[in-house]
Design a protein around this ligand. Structure first.
Ligand SMILES: [Zn+2]
Ligand SMILES: [Zn+2]
Length: 200
């Protein structure tokens, strides 16, 4: 893959034993020569500084700090294959919003941290096929799911998301229409069930 314009691939947040939750990410690929150059630069600057800072009292801490900083930045420059411009996602476990933190150079799949439930779901991205044709319609991830559809914004894009199984599709007009119809039906069923119970 060559250096690309920022793009918005299909993304989702996964966690073992939970239904995947939607995410939206905007990123670009950082080509190998650039990463290599930054890696060498980090090592050159920080390790190259070691003979100099070793003269400054109290000597030893500066040497260790330069060594570690060089190693850390070099590792980050080398492994961060993607540059992230924006990210928004939902935790598969607690359905709260999840953020990427400050690190903007990542590799994929990337491990996220949910600060609400303290689990570590994984960000997965699929690059192939920015789909053409009709917009996908909302579909529960489990056929027996009785959740309601709601519209939630992930960064700049609205999604129709199930509040139980976290099934999600972009909130196109068609998707919103289907979601509203299903919600009406689900609420009607719930009311009938309540009234039926009262009558028994
Ligand atoms: Zn969570
Ligand atoms: Zn559902």
């Amino acid at each position: 893959m060559r250096k690309t314009e920022p793009r918005v691939p299909q993304a989702q947040v996964t966690l073992r034993a939970y239904q995947p939750a939607p995410a939206r990410i905007e990123l670009s690929y950082r080509p190998l020569p650039g990463r290599l150059a930054r890696t060498l630069l980090a090592l050159g600057v920080f390790w190259g500084a070691i003979p100099v800072v070793a003269w400054v009292p109290p000597h030893y801490p500066w040497v260790v700090a330069s060594f570690v900083a060089g190693l850390y930045l070099a590792h980050r420059a080398w492994t961060g294959r993607y540059r992230v411009y924006s990210f928004a996602g939902i935790c598969p476990r607690c359905a709260r919003p999840i953020s990427l933190g400050l690190d903007r150079a990542i590799s994929l799949p990337h491990t996220l941290t949910c600060y609400h439930c303290h689990f570590e779901p994984r960000l997965e991205v699929r690059f192939e096929a920015t789909q053409s044709g009709p917009a996908p319609l909302p579909q529960h991830r489990r056929p027996e799911c009785v959740g309601l559809w709601e519209v939630r914004w992930l960064a700049d894009d609205p999604f129709v998301i199930c509040n139980r199984c976290h099934g999600a599709v972009p909130a196109s007009r068609g998707a919103r229409l289907v979601a509203e119809t299903e919600n009406d039906r689900a609420m009607l069923l719930a009311r009938l069930a309540r009234e039926g119970r009262r009558m028994l």
